[in-house]
Design a protein around this ligand. Sequence first.
Ligand code: SAH
Length: 354
Amino acid sequence: MSALRQRIIEIIRQEGPISVERYMALALGDPQHGYYMTRDPFGASGDFTTSPEISQMFGELIGLWCADLWLRAGQPPISLVELGPGRGTLMSDVLRATKAVTGFHDALQVTLVEMSPVLSDIQKRTLGQAHPHIEWATTIATLPEKPTIILANEFFDALPIRQFQKRNQAWHECLIGVDDDSLVFGLAQEPMRMSGPGGSEGDILEYAPISETIMRDLARHLVQFGGAGLIIDYGYTQSGFGDTLQALKAHEFVNPLETPGEADLTVHVNFESLELAARESGARAHGPITQAELLDRLGIDTRVETLIRKASPQQANDIRKARERLIEPTTTGMGHLFKALAISSNDWPTPAGF
Ligand code: SAH
């Protein structure tokens, strides 16, 4: 049994059943055994692959998205913030693609918000000399007080959520308890006083208070100092019912309660609630649109052609395949399931692609 599973069982035996939110926070972020705290989960030999790991084109196009915004915003000194940078691949591609934009790198201060010591070490190695002003932070609490561009790819899906299930006309919080030596799902006995969400017997309702709080804080920061943000993730654009908690290990779905700390645990992002949180805090929201629409509008096909011109037949094939994985709107492709939401302050231009 994993060390963390044993620890969670002990916590539940002492304190009683825990919420899905607490379970996710422990499974992903426990300082000693949490999934992200102990490993590099990306790539073919890891548990999952993300867009920047599939192709450099993703980060390059986002780099040009940033530089274009900065130019149209009047070229101010700028703080570029990435939330949950993984291996640092996206930022590395962003910085490389924008090197030739006159003045951009000189205006930049880069902040990587990362809770994992293992991943921030890898980011330091990836980014090496990519820019003279790169800092690391573990939360968004102390972002530089100046115009800001925020990037977040597959960050919000890793933030803990609460779940509720409708039973006997009332919503009960989903809890995790212990049966023999196994972790099992159950429901709180006391119903929640919730008005409004409707739903039928057995429906699951997800609520992401941590994501909403982070979104509100980011939006307030942009409103105060000027700037924009780009959030890309898998998720849905209209609130609804359904259980989206999933665990991935070695690219296969596994039971989320089986191996906490050893499998990636994610949820689908509720883009409607993120958009509302941003608007409520005074920011403008653009989209959400699909990842396919965004990359298409930012010119992925032109980038493919340019790269292919200098590529071997094998490399050209790989580039075409990567393009497909990033933008194909099939059920398994990222083009449809992945959405992009932009937010901005009123005094900044509308971001490219939206
Ligand atoms: N953006 C990267 C990695 C996505 S995985 C990519 O696209 O490849 C999620 C990332 O968010 C990891 O770097 C993880 O350590 C980080 N993360 C998860 N929860 C976090 C939190 N609460 N605070 C800061 N970083 C977090």
